[in-house]
Every structure is written in structure tokens, then in C-alpha cells.
Design a protein around this ligand. Sequence first.
Ligand code: AMP
Ligand code: MG
Length: 418
Amino acid sequence: MLSIDNAVTRLASLITPIKETESVAIAEASQRVVANDVMAPVSLPPFNSSAMDGYAINTSEGNDVGTEYRVVGTSFAGKPFEADDVPARAAVRIFTGAAVPDWTDAVVLQENVERQDRAIRLNEPVTSGDNIRLIGHDIQEGERLLRQGTKLGAFDISWLAACGVAEVSVVRLARIALFSTGDELQDPGQSLSKGQIYDSNRTALKELLRSKPVEIQDLGRLPDDPIEIERAIASNSKSVDLIVTSGGVSVGDADYVRPVIEQLGELTFWNVALKPGKPIAVGSIGNALFLGLPGNPVSTVVTYLLFVARAVDALSSMATTGPLTIPAVLTVPLRHSKGRREYQRGILSRNGNTLCVQATGDQSSNRLATLADANCLILVPETVDSMAEGDVVDVLLLPNEAHHIVNKPIDPSARERT
Ligand code: AMP
Ligand code: MG
């Protein structure tokens, strides 16, 4: 059995990132991956602007308490004060976001002056630069605004808008063909005959993939019939980047997915030391990557998070830092056997300054109920047997694939100004 880390490495080696790019309007760019570094076309702010409501003055003409200035006009946001000539010790009434006149170097807060008709008197000393947001304080024209590989979210998109960027070059959507297999499957909304269950995996996968830059071809549910499975895979493998299936990858008499892959393409690995989700089948058919997920609903979700999400990110050349794990203290002992790494559904909570976690109970891989209750997965290492109350474990946040969304190299100093 392949370790999860080796499986992830082998999966990565199968992926050829998508080369094609397209330009999209920022309103259409959510979840897309930036194809090239984006440079700021303007500085932000674009002019020296006031951070507060007050009076703009030139401190070289006096900055001590008691100094008087004559108010010669007003600068509103969007309506700058403009005058060719101003007298000595002139002040301009100014509001937040308004342009600061070139001949001034500080804004005095309105509460720090005494206003007398057309004059002000300083009640506090003022220092050059006070309450002025300098041109380019946020970003300078020509500086990098977004890195290649950034997955665009609300903050990135508003950052583009703030710099006046209306379109952005992104990696084309990854094309995914998706189907579930199983003679027992029925669609929600239909009545169940004896022995049937509803197909939930296809819905789970489509919902999980919503936050990814993908275009999905839903091929529906297929019976446990090798000919139909082969036809679906063969006829779609040339037009998609990735085929994802659920069910039929074990060693049962009705498990036809693996043999079909072996026949049409290459099965790179099968059987990973993972619980739930051991019998995942990974391979390729021509240029299309293939990920056959096990049918038990929780196994489908866990293998999606560990393998499908990663594969899609890599296809899109998304810059990722890998899963973000959080340490937490077990409040209830965990049952586990050495050999496979287990992802138990858990509930993470806070007790004072401690993050606490407990499993949601019965961990059978068919139980969606315990997944719906969970807000995290508890990572139980392959090297240990059961774990005790008080032991520290790593957890991965759910839902929203929170452990996959840390997609930016974290370097707060990059935006520091000295
Ligand atoms: P399989 O991986 O095909 O052996 O299926 C394992 C278990 O998952 C069986 O109990 C199946 O009935 C169930 N199962 C398979 N596919 C689905 C699906 N699409 N939705 C819900 N349960 C499924
Ligand atoms: Mg099946």
C-alpha cells in the first residue's frame, strides 16, 4: 500500500499544468487563477490625500500651539482646492480622501484647532506629514499587484478594481468529466426500489468543485457495466483534463472501473494507506488525468480533499502552501489501528485559549450524518494506535476545503512600508 505522501507525489508527477490563458472581466474572475503577475497601472492613492477631516497647512510656517492660519478654501473628496497663489500662513479646510494641496505638508485634525470665522488657531503641535496618505503608500505604479498563481477572491478582485484594472489574464478553466457508477443508484426526487440508494456522491463532488476554476461535464450515473464505463471514459478522455468517477474501484465482482483504466490507459497507483478511502485509483488516459474515487460517501469526500482538490489546483498552476493543519487537544480518546493514516470527522471548538477537538462518533465511511456534524477532519497518524484524551492532534478545517484555500505565499513584510 502506498503512503499518502508518496501518492500525492506520484499524482503531482502525472499533472501537466494547463497552458492556455484567457482574459476575463474582473466581475467574472472569481475563483480563477491569475496567469501572469499583474503590475499596478497606477499608484494608490494616486495623489497625496487627507486621512482625516481637518485643515491642511504648511508646517514650516509654524507648527506650535497658538500659531494662526488663514482659511483660504476647501478641498473635498473629488473636488480639490485649486488656487494659483495663496497668502502666507494659509490653511485649506479639508475632508477625508480629498487631495492635499502641494504647498501643504500636514493635516491638522479639526478637533485640534480653534476656528474663528476665517482663521484657525492650533491647539496642539503639528508635525510635517501628519494625517497625509502619500501617493503610492498602498502600492506604487509598476509594483506587483498580484502574483501569478493567485486564486482570485473578493479581496484580490477589489484590489484590482482599486487600481483600475478591468480585465485580468487567467488560466483557462480545467475541464472535468464526472460520473458515478453503481447499479444501486437512483436520482434524488425519484422513488427507491428495493436495494436502491440515492446517488449523493456526484452532488457532493459538484458542490465541492464549485469553489474551483473548473468546467464540469456531468455524465450522470452509469450502471456497473464495463462497456458503458469504457464508452464514457473513451469518448471523453480527449476533450477533458481530468476524469473523476465515484464507485467501482474496489475488488468486488461489480467493480469495473480499474480494469477499464488498465485497458484504455495507465493505472499509476491504486490502494493508498488511507482511511477512509483506501481504494482510490489514479492514472491517465491519453492526456487526461483519471481519479477513480471509492463509492462510500465519506471516502469520496476525503479522497476529493486529499487528491482531487490538489490535482485541480495543480492543473490550474495555483500557488498553494499545502494543507494548513491546526494543532488541537483531544477531549475524548480516539480508536485507531496502526498502518493507515485516518481522517476522522471531528468537531473543533475553543475552550479558553485551547483548541479542543473530538471525533463525531461512529466513523463508518457510509455515514454522511457525522460529516454534516463535523467542522474538521482529525488527522490520526499511520504510526500510532489509539490516542488518549489530552493528546495533541493535527486537524484540517471543513467545510469549504479550508485547508486548500491558503493559496498565497504568506509574506506580510512584502507589503510593509518603512
Ligand atoms: P463501491 O465503491 O462502488 O464499492 O461502493 C461502496 C459503497 O458506497 C456502497 O455501499 C455503494 O452503494 C455506496 N455508493 C457508491 N456510489 C455511491 C453514490 N454515488 N452515492 C452514494 N453512495 C454510493
Ligand atoms: Mg459500486
